[in-house]
Design a protein around this ligand. Structure first.
Ligand SMILES: [Zn+2]
Ligand SMILES: [Zn+2]
Length: 150
């Protein structure tokens, strides 16, 4: 069964508490929302999703999403439309969020346009680059049809 927003609240609270940062309602609500999403969601998707349970203004949503990214709890992916989409970063087996950005591939569906994390697929690092270049981030994206559209 797909987890619902309300069933994710305790886990979201525990996750934020574990960071040692302040536990606030917007942070909990946003994280619980990301925990229920099976694909990356945009800032506006988040505003819409939250409207049902915990309405927040756009600026707050934006700030909370940025905070989750800074904390390594979520990460963002640039879409073809240049809109950032946010996704929960898979926790390590010990339950701790990755301090380092977890490198993994993303899959964008040509039909529905949704982007998914492929946590099991990672680009081989370090990637060889010419002398003088320094890689900070690697963005690997696959395209095709997702399981819902294939
Ligand atoms: Zn699709
Ligand atoms: Zn991802």
């Amino acid at each position: 069964m797909k987890p619902t927003y309300l069933t994710r609240i305790p886990a979201a609270e525990a996750h934020i508490r574990a960071t040692g940062e302040r536990l606030t309602q917007p942070r909990v609500a946003m994280l619980a929302t990301l925990m229920t999403a099976d694909h990356a969601i945009s800032h506006l998707d988040a505003v819409d999703a939250l409207a049902k349970h915990h309405p927040m203004d756009r600026v707050t949503v934006y700030r909370v999403l940025e905070w989750l990214v800074t904390m390594g709890i979520a990460h963002r992916i640039a879409g073809d439309d240049r809109v950032w989409r946010f996704m929960l970063t898979a926790a390590k087996p010990n339950g701790k969020a990755n301090a380092q950005h977890l490198q993994h591939a993303h899959f964008t569906c040509n039909d529905c346009g949704q982007t998914f994390c492929l946590d099991e697929v990672s680009p081989k690092l370090p990637v060889k680059v010419p002398a003088g270049f320094k890689t900070i981030d690697v963005d690997l994206k696959l395209r095709g049809q997702c399981a819902h559209c294939a």
